[in-house]
Design a protein around this ligand. Structure first.
Ligand code: F6R
Length: 244
């Protein structure tokens, strides 16, 4: 695991957006796995600025979303499809067809999960997976208790996760389920890049540092991956002690 502890949140965001830009620039056909969430908002804003500034053409790349709410219309402002439209597709004037979304409108969601995995495989697999972390250590929507062998499937959201996301649902109807890539699907990526910012993530990051392969904090599985980079701001790093 490579750890980058930055001096500020803006530096952490800059490190991640620069790493993403470098990957998009150096590959002719990158397959990039994308996360949503508040942590990634400034990352995508900066990435868009950098792509525009560098006049980078990213139309040969493809993008896979980690997860999507079940039971929410895809055009709902809080769907992850709307999120990525807002932060990447519209500002960069990209074709939606470059992006793949967990197909939550499929009549058979178990089959939908298998088909999504197949689609990822047919694109050659994910080169780089961008990840946030939940306050309970979830990755994607792989909540505590998720198996290291899990694949794209319907997951039940924990109360902690629903509470963390309730601001996006002013009517209080936070979805109870999502279709999420599994831990094994995420671990298949050739490289992983996680960003954690803010004091609300400090406990999960501390747990991640002190435990391995522990399904009560699915992020701990990532430590077995040969190419896992973790970028932290000072608040997210505030409870870890590095014996170096
Ligand atoms: C969302 C996702 C989640 C978030 C995590 C952190 O696509 O994969 O694992 O990364 O819930 O969310 P924020 O960034 O809102 O704290």
């Amino acid at each position: 695991m490579r750890i980058i502890i930055t001096k500020s949140t803006s530096e952490a965001v800059d490190v991640v957006s620069s790493l993403l830009l470098e990957k998009l620039n150096s590959h002719s056909k990158l397959v990039l796995g994308l996360a949503t969430g508040k942590t990634m908002e400034p990352v995508y804003e900066q990435l868009v600025e950098k792509i525009v500034h560098n006049q980078l053409d990213i139309k040969s790349h493809s993008f896979f979303m980690l997860d999507e709410y079940v039971g929410l219309p895809l055009d709902h402002p809080s769907s992850f499809k709307s999120y990525v439209t807002r932060y990447l597709i519209s500002p960069l004037n990209l074709k939606e067809s470059l992006f793949s979304f967990p197909p939550v409108d499929h009549v058979n969601l178990n089959k939908a999960g298998e088909e999504y995995e197949q689609k990822i495989r047919s694109c050659g697999g994910i080169d780089l997976q961008l990840l946030g972390i939940g306050t309970n250590g979830h990755i994607g929507f792989n909540e505590p208790g998720s198996s290291v062998e899990s694949r794209t499937r319907v997951v039940k959201l924990t109360e902690a996760t629903r509470k963390a996301n309730e601001a996006q649902f002013p009517n209080g109807n936070v979805p109870v389920e999502a279709l999420s890539m599994g831990v094994a699907s995420i671990m298949d990526a050739r490289e992983m890049l996680m960003l954690a910012t803010g004091s609300s993530k400090a406990d999960a990051i501390k747990y991640l540092f002190n435990h391995h392969d522990d399904d009560s904090c699915p992020a701990t599985f990532l430590k077995s991956h040969p190419r896992f980079t973790l970028v932290l701001d000072p608040d997210a790093a505030s409870k870890i002690s590095l014996n170096i």
